[in-house]
Design a protein around this ligand. Structure first.
Ligand code: MLT
Length: 259
C-alpha cells in the first residue's frame, strides 16, 4: 500500500485488527524486517509498518531529520484515520525515531518497544564518521554501507543466506536516502532526559550478541524509564526481529497482553 504524506510517497503494510501498532525499521533497512514478526501476532493488532522516506520502496528526500521522520509517521497515521494512541516498536534508528515521536506527540503513544537501540546521541567522533560515510555513499553508492555493516549486524550463528538477503536490501537503499539518514542520526538529540519522563510502559529488547547497540544500552533504557523492563534474546545480534522472529514476537505478545 502507499500514501502520499507531506509530499512524499510512503509505502507501508497495514494488516490485522485491533489496537494500533506502528513498526519502525532501522538504517538502512526496510519494513521487510517485520515480515516474520507480524504474522505471529495472529492479527490481533493493527500492525502498520512503513518504509521510512529514503528507504525501501518509499520516495527519497535530499535531507531529513528525526523530527521529519517522526512527522511523517504522525501524518501517515492521520492519513490512515488512526487517531488512537499507538504502541511504537522502533528498531535501532527506528528507536531514535520512536523517542522523537514521543517527544512531539506524547498523547499519541500508548507504549514504546525500543529494540536494539540506544538513548544517547552520537559522540563527535561518531558523528564525523557518519558524515564521511554519507559522502562516500553519495560518491560510491549504498553498497559501501551494506558491505561495511553486514558482518556487524548479525550474531555469528546467523545463516549466510540471511546476511546476503539483508546485504541486498541495504545495497538497494537509494544513496540519497542513506546519506540523509546518516546525517540525521549524527544530528539527533540525546534522549536520556526524555527517558526519565516517559509516562508510558517501555520495553527494551536486545539481541544478546548485538555489537552495535549492546545489551548495556537496553538495560540503561529500562532502568531510566519509570515503567521500564528489558528482555534479552539469545543467538541474536543487532537484527533481533529478523534473526529470532518467533522469540521477538513472543516477547512482544507478552508485553502487549499486559497493557
Ligand atoms: C540502525 O541499525 O538503525 C543503525 O545501525 C543505527 C546506528 O547506526 O546508530
Amino acid at each position: 500500500m502507499r500514501a502520499t504524506v507531506r509530499g512524499v510517497e510512503l509505502h507501508y503494510d497495514d494488516s490485522g485488527d485491533g489496537e494500533p501498532l506502528l513498526l519502525v525499521h532501522g538504517f538502512p533497512l526496510s519494513r521487510r524486517m517485520w515480515d516474520d514478526v507480524v504474522p505471529r501476532l495472529d492479527g490481533r493488532w493493527r500492525a502498520i509498518a512503513p518504509d521510512l522516506r529514503g528507504h525501501g520502496e518509499s520516495a527519497v528526500s535530499e535531507s531529513t531529520s528525526m523530527r521529519l521522520y517522526a512527522g511523517d509517521l504522525a501524518a501517515l497515521l492521520d492519513e490512515l484515520g488512526e487517531k488512537r494512541p499507538v504502541v511504537i516498536v522502533g528498531m535501532s534508528m527506528g528507536g531514535y525515531i520512536a523517542l522523537e515521536f514521543y517527544r512531539r506527540h506524547p498523547k499519541r503513544v500508548r507504549a514504546l518497544v525500543l529494540a536494539d537501540t540506544r538513548a544517547t546521541r552520537d559522540t563527535p567522533q561518531a558523528a564525523r564518521v557518519r558524515e564521511e560515510t554519507a559522502a562516500e555513499v553519495l560518491r560510491d553508492g549504498s553498497q559501501v554501507v551494506a558491505e561495511g555493516m553486514v558482518e556487524r549486524l548479525f550474531a555469528p550463528s546467523a545463516s549466510p543466506e540471511l546476511r546476503e538477503q539483508w546485504k541486498g536490501i541495504m545495497a538497494a537503499t537509494p544513496p540519497a536516502g542513506a546519506a540523509a539518514a546518516l546525517r540525521a542520526m549524527a544530528a539527533r538529540p540525546d534522549s536520556r532526559r526524555l527517558l526519565k519522563r516517559l509516562a508510558v510502559p517501555v520495553l527494551a529488547i536486545v539481541g544478546a550478541e548485538d555489537v552495535i547497540t549492546p545489551a548495556s544500552d537496553a538495560r540503561a533504557i529500562a532502568e531510566a524509564a519509570p515503567d521500564g523492563r528489558v528482555r534479552v534474546i539469545s543467538r541474536a545480534g543487532h537484527m533481533s526481529p529478523v534473526e529470532q522472529p518467533a522469540e521477538f514476537a513472543a516477547i512482544l505478545r507478552d508485553f502487549l497482553s499486559d497493557l
